[in-house]
Design a protein around this ligand. Structure first.
Ligand SMILES: Nc1ncnc2c1ncn2[C@@H]1O[C@H](COP(=O)(O)OP(=O)(O)OP(=O)(O)O)[C@@H](O)[C@H]1O
Length: 333
């Protein structure tokens, strides 16, 4: 189990990580979502023991993880970090890149484990090529295979999906889930894309300006975001001030400036709609369309409509939603 307790990291005047505490258990996938500059990479480096904390500690199974100032070789044998740039050896094959991580093991075990990793990471067809002859997704899978070669207790991944096309994203997602299940690794990855985190994580955390503002099961965080930042980082969200909600038939007792989050899928087209507006944009998303409607000068709403609904810019639509579609956010944003 990896545990971070009140981690703080400052670089001069800049505090990149502000009092982050979290736990990752074996066999668990945790996705951390944060905007650019929110402290994701710094936090990963702290957890991997590659950067000294200004305050706080990291513990692996109860033992403190040392920072680079306390040891000759930075890092921890049982915590592996896969960087965004893969950092493969350019002049040796994919297979040799993986087996290098096992160079201190007996040859027979080394061969057995390399075969296993190549199969798990689906690298059979490219194993004899050098890194420049393989795709970004294959490099990413090689970097993961190398990181997990020695069965680390913890696997940390910096934006593992960011350079990949959709099929490769899906491949890496399912590969990670297989890996965590088979090898009981504790896995934490950081991303700025909510879909990656929501779809494969047991828990997600949201980093805002170095603080972990919310952590929980993906569905709970998505349904009950703490503040506007969390709402927007976890998916499309209508953020509506309390004073505008009576327009939508919602009677409430909140302060006029309290902020509500309404997810687009909770608003529906309705002939008998209690509210409505004029369509400003229609974004085709494949299985559905995201439709932006102007209710009045102050309120625009987005809702989802089936792709086969013939909705055009300028149409006047009636809408409805259930009162429990409204989630009041507690945190200021
Ligand atoms: N070595 C450093 N010296 C000074 N400031 C730093 C250093 N490393 C990071 N920072 C600052 O700390 C903050 C957090 O940076 P970090 O790279 O952790 O964010 P991030 O969420 O990973 O961003 P991105 O998604 O853009 O990679 C930023 O304001 C950054 O400029």
């Amino acid at each position: 189990m990896l545990e971070a307790i009140q981690l703080v990291k400052s670089f001069g005047d800049v505090t990149a990580v502000r009092g982050v505490s979290l736990v990752i258990k074996p066999g668990e996938v945790v996705g951390l979502i944060g905007a650019s500059g929110s402290g994701k990479s710094t936090l990963l480096n702290l957890l991997a023991g590659l950067v000294d904390a200004t305050e706080g500690v990291v513990k692996l199974n109860g033992e403190r993880v040392k920072g680079p100032s306390e040891q000759l070789v930075p890092g921890h044998a049982h915590i592996k970090l896969v960087h965004q740039e893969y950092q493969l050896m350019p002049n040796v094959s994919i297979r040799e890149n993986i087996s290098y991580a096992l160079r201190f093991y007996e040859k027979r075990y080394q061969d057995f484990r390399v075969e296993q990793l190549i199969r798990l990471c689906r690298l059979e067809s490219v194993q004899h090529r050098v890194p420049r002859q393989v795709s970004g997704g294959e490099k990413q899978r090689t970097a993961i295979a190398r990181a997990i070669a020695e069965k680390p207790a913890v696997l940390l991944l910096d934006e593992p999906f960011s350079h990949l096309d959709l099929p490769n994203r899906e491949l890496i997602r399912s590969m990670l889930l297989d890996l965590v299940r088979n090898e009981k690794t504790a896995c934490l990855f950081v991303t700025h894309d909510s879909m990656d985190a929501l779809s494969i994580s047991n828990r997600i955390g949201i980093l805002q300006e170095g603080q972990l503002v919310q952590m929980g099961a993906p569905m709970d965080v998505y349904r009950r975001p703490y503040n506007a930042y969390v709402a927007q980082m976890t998916g499309p969200a209508n953020l509506v001030r309390a004073k505008h909600l009576p327009l939508m038939g919602i009677i409430h007792a909140y302060q006029p400036n309290a902020l509500a989050c309404i997810r687009p899928e909770h608003i529906r087209l309705s002939d008998r709609g209690r509210f409505g507006g004029t369509v400003r944009h229609v974004f085709f998303k494949g299985a559905y369309c995201e439709v932006e409607v102007e209710m009045n000068r102050f309120v625009n709403l987005t809702f989802l409509a089936p792709s086969n609904e013939k909705i055009k810019v300028g149409d006047v639509l009636g809408l409805e939603m259930a009162p429990d579609a409204v989630h009041w956010m507690r945190g200021s944003s």
